[in-house]
Design a protein around this ligand. Sequence first.
Ligand code: MN
Length: 325
Amino acid sequence: MQTLRQIGEALQKAETIAVLSHMRPDGDAIGSAVAVAQVLGKLGKEVTVINQDGVPAALEFLPGASMVKRPIDLKASLQVDVTVILDTASEQRAGDEVWAAFAERGVLVNIDHHISNPAYGDLNYIDAKAPATGEIVFDLIEEMGWPLDEVVRNNIWAGISTDTGSYRYPSTTAHTFEVGAELLQGGVDVGAISQSLYESYPLRRIYVLRDLLKELQISSEGKVASWKLRREVIDRYGVQPSDTEGLIDVIRSVDSVVVAVFFEELEDGKIRVSARSKTPAADVGEICGKFGGGGHQLAAGTRMGGPIDEAAAKFLNSVEQVING
Ligand SMILES: [Mn+2]
C-alpha cells in the first residue's frame, strides 16, 4: 500500500491518464472519477474518463459529467502512462468492455474504500474507514496542494453525500464533516445539489415502488425484509438502472428490520442482489461473499443465477442463518 503522496506523485509524473470507476456507477463512482479527471486536467494532463455504463440520467446534472465516455464512444484504443481506478472493489467491476478499450493501461493506480478490495493495482490506496472514495480524493488533492475548483467540489460532495446517506451512516466521521465544511466554504450549493440528487426522480420510480410493495416479504420476526423487482415490471415502465437506486432504504428504515435485501431480475437472466444491514453482527459483505460478491459490512451486493424466486430463497436462507444463529 502506498501513501497519498506517493499516489499523487505518480499521477503528477504521468502525461496521459485514464480514469475509471465501476459499472452501474453511483454518485461516488461518477463524482470521484470526474473530480480526479478535472484536477488532473487542470494540471495539464491529457485525461480520458471511461465508464462501461456511462453517466446515469439522474447524475447528468453534475458539472463535468459530460467528460465521462463509454468504451464505444472512443475513437481509438487507449494508450496511457497511468490508469486510475476509483471506488471499484475488483478489477472485473470496471467491466470487460472498459478493459478491452486499452492497448496500454500503464501503471494501475487503485484508490478505493471497499474492505473487500484486494489491492489489485500496481499502486494502491485503500482506506476501508473512509465512507466514500470522494473523501479520499479530497485528502489526495489537499495533500498535493492541487486546485479545488467548482467542478471538483461539487463532485466530491455528491460522492460523499450519496455514500453516507447524506452524512447519516455510521461510516460518517468527524473528518467527513470537516471535508464537507471545506467544500461548503468553497461554495457548494447544498440545497441545489441535494434537490438534484434526492428530489428529482422520474415518476416511474414511484410506479416501481408501488409494485415492489406488493412483493414485500418479511421473515425472522420482522428482522429480514426483502422484495423482488421482476423483468415484467422493469419492461412495463421502462425502468433505468438508476431509477431504483436507494429504494432499498424504504424497507431498511422499518424499525424491526436488521437486514434488507433487494432482488432484481437482469436482462441476461442473472439476479442482482443488494443487501443492507444495520449491524456489523449481520455482515452482509460476508454473506454476499459466499455468493461470489462483496462490499462493506453494512452494504454489499452480488449476482446470482436465476430464476429470481430460487435465488432469493437461497440468499434469504443464508441471511436468516446469520440472524437466528
Ligand atoms: Mn463508494
